[in-house]
Design a protein around this ligand. Structure first.
Ligand code: HEM
Ligand SMILES: *[C@@H]1O[C@H](CO)[C@@H](O)[C@H](O)[C@H]1NC(C)=O
Ligand SMILES: *[C@@H]1O[C@H](CO)[C@@H](O)[C@H](O)[C@H]1NC(C)=O
Ligand SMILES: *[C@@H]1O[C@H](CO)[C@@H](O)[C@H](O)[C@H]1NC(C)=O
Ligand SMILES: *[C@@H]1O[C@H](CO)[C@@H](O)[C@H](O)[C@H]1NC(C)=O
Length: 330
């Protein structure tokens, strides 16, 4: 037997598949779990009634999962004694939230079609549901992803952008994932829903680029409002809305940027730089153009894959445990 075939059979015997061997496609669960879409949407709807912000928090998972070694639900893994996961990485600690909503979806799906729907696909379906249920566009999601066996805090720290980032850095980062400037600006429009902490903006309110002054791009009345919300020395966990309509997915975010009312530096900078400004202007005037570009960006981001072996986790927080006997067959 060739070593390659032996390795392949070993993976199969362990219940693992290589992500690169399974092309993503819409309707992947049409036969094996036709209820999947409905269940995801239903759980999302119930959670949004309990807490409207959960839509935004769940949608954010797609970004933080897909950018770090592909869309493989690595972001959902809890730390283990041998592995520092991504939950405590710089961009996620005290910030990424609503993991329990994904758990709830997974539990419901395991009842109806056990061992079938990957946590990675749940993130993709839940992000789409969050957008649709918030008044945004609907689209066909490609499915068939597998869940990673590990996560990497270091990779997350190295990759995920800071709220201090300027448009130049963000264009470079997204380019590394084959996401265009237009994709990047449209995907930033996800900040049409949700909130962020004072922690993420204190520097731009009081010491932008070490100047000892606020970011001059912030409109005066808005800055006074932010100063009250986030006083120097205050509670850095207090949150503010990312745009003026934080539970509605619309192009208000871009209108706010044009008016100097972006919450994060990484938001406002999109209007400051000429390369990105033209898309902010376009999306501020044309919501349909924003929706189209956003959908295209979400699909492209959802195509990011690690190509590493994976599995269908039964609990999104941990890799399935396999009998030691199987592991020793190699
Ligand atoms: C362009 C680069 C991006 C940067 C620098 C960035 C940064 C941030 C930061 C700093 C926060 C608030 C964290 C906190 O203070 O706790 C946040 C929130 C959020 N981000 Fe981004 N983000 C980016 C792109 C994206 C993308 C591509 C998506 C999804 C497609 C996304 C979805 C969200 C959502 C929905 C929230 C609100 C979450 C909630 O309310 O719980 N972001 N982002
Ligand atoms: C953008 O940010 C990067 C990294 O912080 C910095 O090196 C660069 O000078 C900034 N670019 C501009 C034009 O401000
Ligand atoms: C980006 O596209 C190039 C050329 O098609 C490809 O070789 C590369 O793997 C892609 N990168 C990512 C992160 O998908
Ligand atoms: C502002 O930032 C600069 C450089 O990062 C730093 O040297 C300075 O101490 C900061 N000033 C205040 C008031 O925090
Ligand atoms: C913010 O909240 C987290 C818990 O959610 C806590 O561990 C942290 O100390 C708080 N930070 C500040 C500055 O209060």
């Amino acid at each position: 037997m060739s070593p390659l075939l032996a390795a392949f059979l070993l993976l199969v015997s362990m219940g693992l598949t290589s992500a690169s061997t399974v092309p993503l496609r819409p309707g992947f669960y049409a036969e094996t779990c036709p209820e999947a879409d409905f269940i995801v949407k239903d759980v999302m709807r119930r959670n949004m009634i309990r807490e409207p912000r959960s839509a935004a928090s769940v949608m954010r998972f797609q970004f933080h999962d897909c950018f770090v070694n592909g869309c493989d639900a690595s972001v959902l893994l809890d730390d283990t004694p041998n592995m520092l996961g991504e939950k405590l990485a710089l961009s996620n600690i005290d910030s990424l939230r609503s993991y329990e909503v994904i758990d709830e979806v997974k539990e419901e799906l395991e009842k109806v079609c056990p061992g079938t729907v990957s946590c990675a696909d749940i993130i993709i379906m839940a992000a789409r549901a969050a957008v649709v249920l918030s008044g945004g566009p609907d689209w066909d999601v490609k499915l068939g992803r597998v869940d990673s066996l590990t996560a990497s805090q270091e990779d997350s720290n190295n990759i995920m952008p800071s709220p201090r980032a300027n448009a130049s850095l963000l264009m470079d980062l997204f380019q590394r994932f084959n996401l265009s400037v237009k994709d990047m600006v449209a995907l930033s429009g996800s900040h049409s829903i949700g909130q962020a902490r004072c922690f993420s903006i204190l520097f731009r309110l009081y010491n932008q680029s070490g100047s000892g002054r606020p970011d001059p791009a912030i409109e005066t009345n808005y800055r006074e409002k932010l100063d009250k919300l986030c006083p120097l020395g205050g509670d850095e966990n207090v949150t503010g809305d990312l745009d003026a309509t934080p539970t509605t997915f619309d192009n208000r975010y871009f209108k706010d940027l044009v008016a100097g009312r972006g919450f994060l530096n990484s938001d406002q900078t999109l209007y400051t730089f000429p390369e990105t400004r033209k898309y902010v202007t376009l999306f501020s005037k044309n919501q349909l153009a924003f929706f189209r570009a956003f959908v295209e960006g979400m699909i492209k981001m959802g195509d990011l894959q690690s190509g590493r072996p994976g599995e269908i986790r039964s609990n999104c927080r941990m890799a399935n445990s396999r009998p030691v006997r199987v592991l020793m067959e190699s």
